[in-house]
Write a protein that binds this ligand. Sequence first.
Ligand SMILES: [Zn+2]
Length: 407
Amino acid sequence: MYFRRISAVLAACAVCAAVSPLIGGQPAGAVSLSSLQSQQQKIEKELAEINSELKSLKNDVAQQEQYQDTLSQQIALNTQKMAVIDGQMVQLSADMEENEEKLAAAGENIAAKEAEIEETSDQYKLRMRAMYMAGEASSLEMLFSSESFSDLLTNIEMMQAISEHDTALLEQLRVQKSDLENQKSQAERIQEDISQQQADMTAQREQMEQTNAELEAAYAESEAAVQNIQAEQEIFEQNAAAKQKEADQIEAEISAEIKRLQEENEKKQQAQNGGQATQFNSTFARPTDNGYYISSPYGPRWGSFHSGIDITAGGCYGKNIYASASGTVITAGWHWSYGNYVVIDHGGGYSTLYAHASSLNVSVGQNVVQGQVVAKIGSTGQSTGPHLHFEVRINGQRQNPANYVSY
Ligand SMILES: [Zn+2]
């Protein structure tokens, strides 16, 4: 499985949540209570493990989702980069086409210039040959062929002028050709440069495609992982629901047991005061001194249910726990989760419970008055620090203590 961790969920009163057992003094209920308690301990432990697993799986899903977000961002970024490269490639292709045209034009111009040079050069050679032959034919012949001396001079000057003109023309043509060749080689360099850029970009793009393919594969893998985790989560959730149902059943049985103990106490009370039903005419007082606060309220907690309020203060270890109202102690003993604890029946179906005490000051059957010290604050049972876990019940059913005492 993915990123599996087993983390123990332990905090103040972690397990006392759905628990309210009684151990004290009633032989009739002792066997069933003890059996209920051990069932409950087992179920609560299993529930805690399941919830811890679920928490871990949820965390795994969150991690995978975060990972997927990162992958998506990387893919989007890469895709943007590829679009930029594609744009550049289009520009490069246009540049290349333009340059190829220049190159072709330069080639044509050079060929035309070469033809021109060739032609001019041929004409020049012909004239030079004519002049040479004229030279060979002796000045006399030329002299005789000329109608006058001045005519002869004119002929010679003309020949020289033609020669000078041709030489200049040829020189000019050669310069033009050289310019064209420079243009051509520049265009060739540009072409090489563009080809190099195209090759670089093609390589970059291929690299990015490769990277994106890898990122997408990782994304798909992560999605598959999430599906596995979710399938597992579903199984755990089904297990948790089944366990919770069991725990609720036991809680109901325990509430019934508290009610039974209260009824037994009620009978005793009635026997003592001539058959009169007890009534709760009082109010509840804070079970601690002032300066305390609620560190964990009543209600659903960690996939379970916190059946009371946790009351604490700095340096509270060993400080007094007071009876919230007058009544009879119906339980005073030890429980694996509550630690040292006391339950007081106040009559009229009301009872209060005080848990995690460092020591107890009362015993079963004892009558106590409101404000009497019944125990000392501690951290016994399933507790991570000194505090008082305080419950109020009516006919065994848990109530929100915050409705009865204010902090
Ligand atoms: Zn608690």
